[in-house]
Design a protein around this ligand. Sequence first.
Ligand SMILES: NC(=O)c1ccc[n+]([C@@H]2O[C@H](COP(=O)([O-])OP(=O)(O)OC[C@H]3O[C@@H](n4cnc5c(N)ncnc54)[C@H](O)[C@@H]3O)[C@@H](O)[C@H]2O)c1
Length: 279
Amino acid sequence: MAEQVNVGLIGCGSMGSELARAVHRGEAGSARIIGLFDEYQPGREALAKELSTGNAPEPAQVETVAELVNLPNIDLVIECASQAAVVAHAETVLRSGTSIIVMSSGAMISPDFMRTVSAAAAKSGASIYIPSGAVGGIDALRASKALLEEVTIVSTKKPSSLSGAPGFADWEDKEITEPTVIFEGSATDAVGLFPANVNVAATVSMAGIGPDATKVRVVADPDSPGNVHEINAVSKAGKFSFRFENMPHETNPKTSFLAVLAAIETLRSICEPGLRIGT
Ligand SMILES: NC(=O)c1ccc[n+]([C@@H]2O[C@H](COP(=O)([O-])OP(=O)(O)OC[C@H]3O[C@@H](n4cnc5c(N)ncnc54)[C@H](O)[C@@H]3O)[C@@H](O)[C@H]2O)c1
């Protein structure tokens, strides 16, 4: 990568804004946000203004992803928008030879889509990065991939955090007073029913035994201390258990602190190739 890594951002909501602020504070090495794309114009404008403080020039605001990848010297696009945005735009980004960090990883578990974007990346030489997001242990799952026999992920959230998901529709009007299993099935099915909630399950499944074999349980718990993810894996290399009790971001409670940190770390490591620990 170039000395200064020029980044275009798709999605200026909770995650995109926190990531952009961290880049602006210099927490992601030599990265600089040069362009913003979001279908919600006021959000995009507000972030552009915020990022123009100090010495940094205001990032360009663009109306299409084609414009974003045509910005002079763009090196990388970061998607912090939605699964729909990944499906609509990842191929365009990769075909242009620009690498992409995908936060809405749920979009990637469709084998057909994965084939399409992987082919576009292979042809142009660009890369697709999927950060570990709101969990860890992805390295251990990847390393033991061929030896894994069973992987289960249980995601427990407050009912309000599940509200709006198609898989929660039957529960919207019911009072949930104790931990209640809302969904049990494969990562493939979970991602369609809880598109904004189970990117973690998608990432875990892609690192490990695949979306059809990865078992997912979604639990609504009014007393949940936050977004809690528990991963259990059985493999010929051993049994692994990971538990993440995520704090909301200090300035933005909609976003898990760890998911923002994981995106920053992925970006920082792209900017500073060299020593890699745990990859
Ligand atoms: N991998 C992980 O662990 C992890 C963790 C947290 C969030 N996420 C995912 O990251 C994404 C962003 O999360 P967020 O909390 O910032 O959401 P958000 O709703 O706060 O912001 C999303 C922004 O993207 C824009 N957007 C959505 N679809 C778009 C499209 N097709 N074209 C252009 N703009 C579009 C919206 O207008 C909005 O401003 C979500 O898909 C979320 O599920 C992943």
